[in-house]
Design a protein around this ligand. Structure first.
Ligand SMILES: [Zn+2]
Ligand SMILES: [Zn+2]
Length: 556
């Protein structure tokens, strides 16, 4: 039966390049999941986009003397290029800067207002008398109350990492003109989360399939009690508040960006599906689509409480089915810090290496249940010892041998023996098992199951040694090579969500036409006599010098 799967992926801020932590955290797992479901013949809609609003963009704009639009446009193009080259297959990757997004965000705002889930309140905020503007937290700096470092931001001290409340800063000043800010009253809209606490509790209690870290953190927030949150702010960059008297205010980015999942779906329906109403298939409560949100762990409460609260308040739209949030990826044993350049940047990686080895290492080492570490030594080792040695060489050795010695076509097997049938069965089962694990978002175990099957094929071939046997018994060699080709046909399907570029090649070397995804999630139909194509090595062995060269670049 065809299922409908909606996949929402975190919206990156359009103020800097993507790094490997973000790829392992949400983009790669989402893509593996989407590719698997598409191969199963399910209807999939995967969307995301760049987050153009919020102070990280305006600060970068002021620092570099560009407009926020120019910065956002630059990174949007870079993101799209990265998705293409890494093989992250969004149905739509848009931005929060579109008129469509503003309209959808304002519609949600107005419906929540009409239904009594929003209210106005006057709050005291920091104001710069010289710049004549209210100052968002990140525009105020001062001395850190925890460690005494100067230059701590209103929301966090970079020196000691402590999250701060802007009013705690000692000797605060405006980061634009260094004037001391004053407190001034301002009226804002608040989202009445407290009114939805009970409904959220009942709903969360039923989500027993969530990962323990996701469920645990969500329960903790619920126990503390949800507090109403301001959803507007005094800033000029963002989605306008559709209420008279609020012309100089904008929707707060945390409220507006999550609405991107819905606005992107509507944009997809109109511009890509060619049917304005198609988004309903994935969003209406009664359509039984399952929504998955792939995000990093720092975003959990926004997707398990706040976005569901907004959807509940709005009414009629499907709540998340699962939020498989990952933990963090560290780099060479240390927490990623973009400001200290302690990161591996995706555009740098893609400029020098192939996409599949990165997809491989980030999958088999995915931070699903605890933080994991990326190191270049590990990448080189896994690339050479696992990807090249266990899988790439297997494919290359078998296909080259058959191509050269058995007329370049799938051989006709005779009566298969017990061990032949056992290997066929084992690889069929590995394909099924890999799929089941992907469907439950256990990506690490899934790729391990597929790789274990590859090792089994190697053991089988070591025993059968068709390269030697062919001299005395051509049929016996043809039998084991047929079995090996069949097994490779299962492996390229099972590994497709993880290694899409090389799976497509194997698909073609085996003589199949079209896309590997369209072959479905099933063992290959491999008719004897099917012409093969001459194979090329699937992966490149990396030189040890890569380790030193690349490690040196980090943090400099
Ligand atoms: Zn100022
Ligand atoms: Zn500090």
């Amino acid at each position: 039966m065809s299922e409908r799967i909606f996949i929402g992926v975190a919206w990156p801020y359009a103020n800097g390049s993507l790094h490997l932590g973000q790829i392992a955290g949400c983009y790669l797992p989402a893509d593996i999941f989407a590719r698997y479901h598409r191969a199963r013949g399910h209807e999939v809609l995967m969307v995301s986009g760049s987050d153009q609003h919020g102070t990280p963009i305006t600060i970068k704009a002021e620092q570099t003397g560009q407009t926020p639009e120019a910065i956002a446009g630059h990174y949007q193009r870079e993101f799209l290029d990265c998705w293409e080259r890494l093989g992250i297959t969004f149905d739509l990757f848009t931005t929060t800067g579109t008129p469509n997004h503003a309209a959808v965000a304002q519609d949600i705002f107005l419906r929540l207002l009409e239904k009594g889930y929003l209210y106005k309140e006057t709050v005291s905020q920091l104001y710069c008398p010289k710049c004549q503007r209210f100052l968002p937290d990140r525009y105020v700096e001062g001395v850190c109350p925890a460690c005494g470092a100067p230059g701590a931001r209103g929301d966090q001290c970079d020196a000691c990492g402590k999250p701060l409340n802007v009013t705690e800063l000692i000797e605060p000043y405006c980061r634009i003109c260094r004037t001391t800010p004053v407190a001034r009253d301002s009226e804002h809209f608040f989202l009445k989360l407290s009114a939805l606490q009970e409904r959220l509790e009942k709903w969360v209690a039923k989500q027993t399939h969530w990962r323990p870290n996701v469920g645990g953190l969500t329960q903790r927030y619920l126990k503390e009690g949800l507090r109403d949150r301001a959803i507007t702010r005094d800033i000029e960059w963002g989605v306008p508040v559709p209420v008279e008297g609020f012309e100089k205010k904008r929707l707060y980015v945390w409220f507006e960006a999550v609405i991107g999942y819905l606005s992107a779906s509507k944009q997809w329906a109109k511009e890509i599906a060619g049917d304005n109403e198609r988004w309903h298939d994935f969003w209406d409560e009664d359509k039984e689509a399952k929504s998955y949100y792939f995000i990093g762990k720092d975003n959990i409460p926004f997707h398990t409480l706040i976005w569901p609260a907004m959807l509940m308040g709005y009414g009629g739209l499907a709540l998340p089915f699962d939020v498989p949030a990952n933990e963090f990826l560290t780099i060479e044993g240390r927490k990623i810090s973009t400001s200290k350049n302690w990161a591996v940047w995706l555009p740098d990686y893609l400029a020098r290496y192939d996409p599949d080895p990165l997809r491989y290492i980030l999958s088999i080492n995915m931070p699903e249940t605890s933080d994991t570490d990326f190191s270049w030594r590990e990448l080189v080792r896994r690339n050479n010892d696992e990807l090249v040695a266990a899988y790439g060489n297997l494919v290359n050795r078998v296909l080259t041998f058959v191509y050269r010695n058995l007329d370049g076509q799938v051989p006709q097997p005779g009566a298969l023996k017990e061990d032949d049938n056992a290997l066929i069965k084992a690889t069929q089962q590995a394909l099924e098992e890999t799929g089941k694990l992907i469907a439950t978002c256990s990506f690490k175990q899934a790729i391990m199951a597929a790789m274990a099957a590859a090792r089994e094929v190697n053991r089988y071939l070591d025993e059968k040694a068709p390269w030697k046997v062919i001299k005395q018994d051509r049929q016996a060699a043809a039998d084991s090579l047929y079995v090996a080709l069949y097994a490779i046909g299962c492996l390229k399907q099972a590994l497709y969500p993880f290694l899409p570029f090389s799976s497509q090649k194997v698909h073609e070397y085996l003589g199949f036409a079209g896309r590997v995804e369209d072959a479905g999630w099933q063992p290959p139909d491999l008719p004897p006599g099917q012409p093969l194509r001459e194979p090329q090595p699937l992966f490149t062995k990396l030189d040890e010098s890569v380790v030193e060269e690349e490690t040196r670049r980090i943090g400099t």
